[in-house]
Each structure stands twice: as C-alpha cells, then as structure tokens.
Design a protein around this ligand. Structure first.
Ligand SMILES: [Zn+2]
Ligand SMILES: [Zn+2]
Length: 292
C-alpha cells in the first residue's frame, strides 16, 4: 500500500495580509505554500510585516509547512556586471532575512545568467554570490536561526541562463553547499522528457543521480510549450504538455519533498480541485505523518 509522503501546496497571494494567505491555504487544502516577501519585479527592500510572527506560528500549527518564499526575479547572482551582481547579493540577503521573519524556511532563487562570458565563469559567480548572500543575511539578522535557506531553481535554458541541466544543479550543490528547487515545466522545456514511457520515473532518477538528496522543493507546473523549446510558460497540472501519468513515478523518486504549484489562478474551486487531484496522483488524499 502506498502512502503519500509529499506535502502538496501552491503559490499564494499576500496582498490581503498573511492571515488571509493562511486562510486561503487551508481552504485550498494546501499543506505547504509559497509566497513573495517583496515585489518580485522591483528592487524595493522587503517591508517588515507586523503579521509575520503570527503567520509563522499559525501556519505551523495549521500544518502548512514548509512555507517557501520566491526571491525577486531581478536577482542575478551570476551577472557579469559587478554592480548588478552585488545588488543581487544584497537583495537576496534581505529576502533570506525577511523570509525567516515570517517563518519561511526556504527562498527559491533563480540561477541567473552568465551574460556571455561562459558557464564556467557564471557558475563561479553564482557560487560566490550564494555564499556572500548567506553571510550578509546572518549579519543583518543578528540571529542565524531566523534566516531562511536559499535554494537554486533550474532554468529553461534560454539565452545564457545557467542551470537548465540537473548536472549544473549538482555542481551548485557540491560547490556552494546549497540545495535546489526543481521546476517540472522548466525541466520539460529544457529537454527532460516526462512523456516517454515511465518518463517521470526516469527524470526523477536522473535528478537524484545528479543532486542526491539535495532537492529541497519541487515546483510542479505543467508546461505551456514543447519539449526542448526553452520557452517558459506554466499551465494548470494536466492542461499542458506533461502527461499526468508521469507524475506518480516522478514523485515516487522524490519521497518527502514538498511540492508547490505555480500554475495560473482559476478561482478557488478550480485551484482546490487541482490540489486535490495532485494529492490523489502522488499517493492519495491522506498524507503520511511528518518525520520532519
Ligand atoms: Zn522561479
Ligand atoms: Zn518555478
């Protein structure tokens, strides 16, 4: 008998306050959730949230854990432009602190782009940037226990983006001591074929071979675009190019890893149905007790 070990949730808005975010998480059946702790499209520093401490406590009590934050899209730790790079390091450090303050354990950050001088140099800058951001965050917080952990997300491999392959993620794991976030839509358009027979199991196998136990979270999104197209775009699970049949095998290979959907909002009913459907696909509505 299989028992579900993956917590299932989705990205949620915070615009009405974190109390409302938690209420929505519960209404949708989320066991984990992702939020932004600042405007992801701008450089503005995260505002301190008066409801942060109560959200941290209440989300834990409600069994919505881990809470994940997604860092600003503008951050590029691998940038060839020094000013942009140091700005990115500082921005990530502030996000790690702000996420910690609302009880989020992880901050997903994009691997960034090398900007033309090659993957090797880009990777070296990414590794250094992660280390510096963690150091700065610890200083800013003054209490390392309240700082969230940065996890690096795989890219679609457009232009000079780093980390579209699991091997590259593995390099980040080894060199920066960081864990990773794997986005299924990004992996698919980067060339990982979930649609072959037993494709989900095979992709999970390749992933684990490359990064070992360092998968901190999965972004479960269906892909809007074709295999190998290197074009981003998310669809609701089951409405894109990744066959639903691939998901049970994929998650069997990743026991206990939390799963966050970043699929388009289609209203509470449809969103709750998607959460429910994914739970059933990956082992059933009931989840095994947490060993965390
Ligand atoms: Zn992302
Ligand atoms: Zn993602």
């Amino acid at each position: 008998m299989s028992v579900r070990t993956n917590s299932i949730g989705r990205h949620l808005p915070t615009s009405g306050g974190l109390g409302k975010t938690l209420k929505l998480a519960r209404e949708l059946g989320c066991e984990t959730a992702q939020i932004f702790v600042s405007n992801p499209q701008g450089w503005a520093v995260p505002a301190s949230r008066p409801d942060g401490a109560s959200f941290a406590r209440e989300s834990r009590e409600a069994g919505v854990a881990p809470v994940v934050a997604h860092a600003k899209y503008l951050i590029n730790l691998a940038s060839v432009d020094d000013e942009k790079r140091w700005r990115s390091v500082e921005a990530l450090a502030r996000e790690l602190v702000a996420a910690g303050a609302v009880g989020a354990e992880l901050v997903v950050v994009h691997a960034g782009s090398h900007g033309g001088d090659g993957e090797e140099r880009g990777m070296a800058r990414l590794v250094e940037g992660l280390e510096r951001a963690r150091e700065q965050a610890a200083k800013l917080a003054g209490d390392p226990g309240r700082v969230a952990e940065p996890v690096v997300e795989n890219s679609v491999g457009a232009g000079t983006q780093l980390c579209s392959t699991f091997e590259a993620l593995g390099e980040v794991v080894r060199r920066a001591g960081a864990r990773v976030c794997v986005d299924t839509a990004h992996a698919f358009v980067a060339g990982y074929d979930f649609s072959e027979e037993d494709g989900g199991r095979a992709v999970a196998g390749e992933l684990v071979a490359a990064v070992g136990g360092a998968v901190a979270v999965v972004h479960l999104n269906d892909a809007k675009n074709e295999l190998g197209s290197h074009r981003d775009g998310h669809r609701k699970v089951g409405e894109g190019m990744i066959p639903l049949e691939a998901l049970p095998g994929f998650f069997e290979g990743l026991p206990g890893v939390p799963v966050v959907m970043e699929t388009p909002f289609k209203g509470d009913e449809a969103d709750a149905e998607e959460v429910r459907r994914v739970k059933e696909l990956v082992g059933g509505l009931r989840k095994a007790p947490d060993r965390r």
